[in-house]
Design a protein around this ligand. Structure first.
Ligand code: NAG
Ligand code: NAG
Ligand code: NAG
Ligand code: NAG
Ligand code: NAG
Ligand code: NAG
Ligand code: NAG
Ligand code: NAG
Ligand code: NAG
Ligand code: NAG
Ligand code: NAG
Ligand code: NAG
Length: 814
């Protein structure tokens, strides 16, 4: 049993039926990791994670929505907050995302009394919680101050609510106009665009739809069809409608809120109509029995939503939880098997299996649920975002989820075919936002170079990435960027193609876009190599564009040579602050990272970075420097709470930086740095990750760390680091086993017996600190064994070549 200071409990359910079929890894998962930030009791700066019932990549993620004050210390994105008042229980959620909240609909809310309640005024019925919330894989329980207990679980397209009321007075509000609000900002808040609700004959079934738009990517309204059912016929069931007084609704009608509206009740149906009214229903019972409700949702039709409800769910919450848990064990946790016996370190089990859990909540699988076009291809949503996922998460899915991953890639290519562009972010069936480059290019390239083929049409895959590289997207007029599209594609191709870099006067985020476009073009060249060989060199050359933005004279903290904002006329922004990117946001010269940081983020050509920084020794000194405490020149805010070094392990751009020592054949230093970062910032506690989990990107970084590997995305290379377990069996490529062993490991309780003394791969002595996907007879496809000899000596054990720089271009002589 695990309980934190802030009203949460993580339970170990005893489920003998599951244990009999194999190990119940789910017992080690702490679903609250990342649910709290640096300020105890508040979500701000935490992981923004979803806490509730879900299956792997499930379309439905059923959980409570809350409102926590003060709003500047909160974050409603995952629905759950440590102390927030419950405003509803809803079916669709993201996990780990920042920016304007998305989803939080359609909702129910159990009410123990209607006294003083205005169904259109959430302040009159919202509830604080009593005692500790309880969560485990596929299960959530809370107790409201009203005395109502709520238990939740979910299947792929449906959710089960189990309510226990304190007296025979029982009501459930169904609110089709509920969504997760954005209390501090309007431009990327969601808005209600109308709905319709109908109660069926015996009063226990309701159907209809709700449409909600906006949110982080300012998406078009999403229509969700709903089919809900209660297990007991209500005494009374009424629909209602009422004036829509939501403050934010640029595109749909709202009314002023000078008087609080009251609902108008109808017998069996209510629709929004031309005034865009809010609609819902209220069901009441007079009984001492528990009330259960099963709800299906669909983006296609009410009948599909009803079919999901009927086919996927019984009324039995224990069975639903067991089925969800069995699926997680079978399809996710058992893909990475470590010793779970009593002598195993429980903290490490929690970190590993919880991290696996958080890397499988989004994107959402929506096969058969694409309302936008007819296609034989699978459909996915909630890539939120590629900017986060491309760094190392897709490379893990490639290994352990080849089926799901192939399906995702096919869906991405289908989006390009039908909408014109791959997404960099996508949610609510709508592309956006693009933070820098077109990073789906990196995802496709990573899959391609590692040989993922299956039913993917790579002719079309190549056409998709080439479009990103060549065709500027139309301007979407997002209010935070007056210079280019944030919806999709690369808005700064108007600089990138003619100049070779993104200029700081004609475009926003010049530094980070230049760095990202460089890797994107390297990715395009990687796919071109197989699909359109004549194009390969064009994009390879373009991938050196970051060198054009390199100002050898730029100096900061005694180091010279940085990627800097450069103007279209060729001069550099000489007074640019290399250690401080200001707000580091959409309109700034660098996005969520300083020039100091981005100067290291060239994974395809580290060789040139080392040269430009003055050779290996200078490179190493600079690398050492960015990990020193109190060197950061920015307040990292939610993207790095508590971190004071220039290197910010809590945000994606710097994910690879601690591992760069491998390129100097000083792998022991990569091990030292990366271990230190985990020991300082990752814990099995509610505030146990240092920032937004970002769809699991931070959690995935931890998984690779624990496996002792790190992938170099867009290339088939994996760096060798230092595993946290003696023996790990990983199911790769559907049914092969990659075994990772560590001998001599002695790293608990502050001991440092984790430095590599030597490595063998499939029995061969391995003198390089890296290997490729198909090395040693197909280590990552056919499986095999990587064996580490560990010890306390900080040893330079690698005598072979340093990791490659396959995008190496010498612009001087080329
Ligand atoms: C939130 O605002 C309050 C004052 O309204 C202030 O005391 C507190 O420090 C702020 N919290 C954060 C995280 O900025
Ligand atoms: C209500 O009617 C539906 C079908 O019309 C039936 O499946 C369901 O069991 C009924 N519910 C109750 C509580 O009687
Ligand atoms: C409560 O309802 C109002 C509209 O009446 C809405 O603006 C607000 O966002 C809702 N609050 C929450 C936390 O859902
Ligand atoms: C009306 O909305 C404004 C802006 O969101 C808010 O400040 C005010 O408190 C609201 N008034 C009522 C009566 O809800
Ligand atoms: C609820 O049922 C009880 C027992 O049948 C009855 O005494 C009571 O009046 C009912 N209450 C309402 C509000 O109908
Ligand atoms: C890994 O697989 C090998 C071979 O089947 C087995 O002997 C070993 O016990 C397994 N280790 C773990 C931790 O599952
Ligand atoms: C792949 O897509 C291309 C372009 O749409 C098409 O011509 C080709 O037939 C497809 N290949 C397969 C195997 O379906
Ligand atoms: C830079 O170098 C000078 C001279 O060696 C030294 O005095 C100064 O402290 C250094 N500054 C930093 C930030 O390291
Ligand atoms: C180059 O452009 C920048 C930004 O517009 C301007 O400040 C600078 O004066 C220009 N320099 C030259 C030499 O034209
Ligand atoms: C850059 O910003 C940092 C942190 O705000 C500040 O301390 C430093 O003086 C600035 N440097 C320059 C050159 O403006
Ligand atoms: C392994 O999985 C692949 C892909 O699903 C399949 O083609 C192959 O037959 C499987 N091999 C075994 C031994 O199960
Ligand atoms: C268990 O692992 C944690 C996390 O790495 C570590 O802090 C702790 O010292 C380990 N415990 C033992 C007894 O080795």
């Amino acid at each position: 049993m695990f309980a934190s200071s802030c009203a949460v409990t993580f339970v170990v359910l005893s489920l003998p039926g599951i244990r009999a079929q194999g190990i119940d890894y789910a017992q080690f998962v702490n679903p609250f990791i990342g649910s709290e930030g640096g300020i105890p009791g508040y979500a701000y700066g935490g992981g923004d994670v979803f806490v509730g019932g879900a299956v792997p990549f499930g379309m439905v993620k059923l959980g409570i929505d809350t409102y926590e004050e003060p709003v500047n210390q909160s974050a409603l994105n995952g629905g759950w907050t440590p102390q927030g008042k419950v405003t509803g229980i809803s079916m669709l959620h993201e996990s780990g995302t920042g920016g304007g909240a998305k989803y939080g609909y359609p909702a129910q809310m159990p009410l123990a009394s209607l006294e003083g309640v205005n169904l259109l005024d959430n302040l009159t019925y919202w509830q604080t919680r009593e005692g500790d919330d309880v969560a485990s894989v596929g299960y959530f329980r809370t107790r409201l101050a009203s005395g109502v207990s709520v238990e939740l679980s979910a299947t792929r397209h449906a959710g089960l609510h189990h309510y226990s009321f304190p007296s025979e007075e029982q009501h459930v509000l169904v609110d089709f106009s509920h969504y997760l609000p954005h209390p501090t900002r309007s431009w990327d808040s969601q808005f209600y665009a109308g709905g319709e609700i109908e109660i069926q004959a015996n009063g226990s079934v309701y159907t209809g739809y709700t449409s909600i738009g906006g949110g982080w990517n300012i998406g078009a309204p999403v229509t969700v069809y709903v089919c809900g059912e209660f297990d007991a016929s209500p005494e009374s069931a009424k629909t209602f409608s009422g004036k829509n007084t939501f403050p934010v609704s640029r595109h749909f009608r709202t009314t002023d809120n000078l008087t609080t509206p009251e609902p108008t009740f109808q017998d069996s149906s209510a629709r929004s109509g031309p005034m865009n009214n809010r609609v819902g229903a209220i069901f009441s019972w007079n009984s001492t029995d528990d009330i259960r409700s099963r709800v299906g949702v669909s983006f296609i039709s009410v009948s599909k939503a009803c079919a999901y409800k009927n086919e996927e769910l019984t009324w039995d919450i224990d069975k639903t939880v067991q089925a969800a848990r069995a699926e997680w064990n079978r399809d996710v946790f058992s893909k990475i098997r470590v010793d779970t016996s009593d002598s195993a370190n429980r903290t490490r089990l929690a970190l590993l299996y919880s991290s696996l859990y958080f890397t499988h909540l989004i994107p959402s699988e929506r096969i058969g649920e694409n309302p936008l076009w007819e296609s034989e291809e699978p459909s996915w949503d909630d890539f939120y975002t590629m900017w986060d996922l491309f760094r190392n998460q897709v490379s893990l899915w490639h290994l352990i989820q080849p089926k799901y991953y192939e399906s995702m890639i096919r869906s991405l290519i289908d989006m390009f075919k039908n909408e014109g562009y791959l997404p960099d972010g996508r949610s609510g069936n709508y592309n956006g936002l693009v933070q820098g480059g077109s990073n789906a290019d990196n995802v496709l390239a990573d899959a391609y170079v590692k040989g993922l083929r299956g039913a993917i049409n790579w002719t079309e895959g190549y056409a998709a990435v080439k479009k990103d590289a060549e065709v500027i997207p139309f301007f979407d007029e997002n209010p935070v960027d007056s210079q280019g599209s944030l919806k999709e594609g690369r808005s700064a191709l108007d600089d990138w193609i003619p100049l070779g870099y993104v200029s700081a006067d004609r475009n926003t985020r010049a530094v980070s876009k230049t760095v990202e476009y460089s890797l994107n073009d390297f990715a395009v060249s990687q796919i071109a190599a197989g699909e359109e060989p004549g194009d390969q060199n064009i994009y390879l050359r373009r991938s050196a564009g970051w060198q054009l933005s390199w100002d050898p004279e730029a100096t900061s903290r005694n180091f010279s040579g940085f990627v800097m904002p450069r103007y279209a006329n060729g001069t550099f922004h000489k007074t640019y602050n290399i250690t401080n990117c200001g707000d580091c946001n959409w309109a700034d010269e660098s996005y969520e990272g300083t020039a100091f940081e981005y100067s290291f983020v060239i994974p395809h050509d580290v060789e040139t970075v080392i040269q430009l920084m003055g050779g290996p020794q200078h490179f190493e000194e600079r690398l050492d420097y960015v990990f020193q405490p109190n060197t950061s020149g920015v307040d990292l805010g939610v993207n790095g709470l508590g971190i004071t070094s220039i290197n910010n392990v809590a945000n994606e751009p710097d994910f690879g930086t601690p591992y760069l020592y491998n390129y100097l054949n000083k792998q022991w230093k990569s091990v030292q740095r990366s271990r230190q970062l985990v020991n300082d910032f990752y814990f099995n506690t509610s505030n146990g990750i240092p920032g937004n989990s970002d769809a699991g990107a931070l959690n995935c970084w931890l998984i690779w760390q624990m496996l002792g590997l790190y992938p170099i995305v867009t290339t088939p290379v994996y760096l060798l680091e230092s595993p946290w377990f003696d023996d790990v069996n990983i199911t790769v490529n559907h049914n092969s086993t990659l075994r990772i062993r560590a001998e001599g490991r002695d790293d608990g309780d502050g001991r440092q017996g984790y430095y590599v003394q030597g490595v063998t791969i499939n029995g061969q002595n391995w003198n390089k600190n890296w290997f490729e996907h198909e090395d040693a007879g197909g280590i990552m496809t056919a499986g095999g064994e990587i064996s580490f000899q560990l010890g306390a000596e900080q040893k330079v054990w690698e005598t072979g070549d340093a990791p490659p720089s396959p995008g190496h271009i010498d612009l001087g002589s080329a």
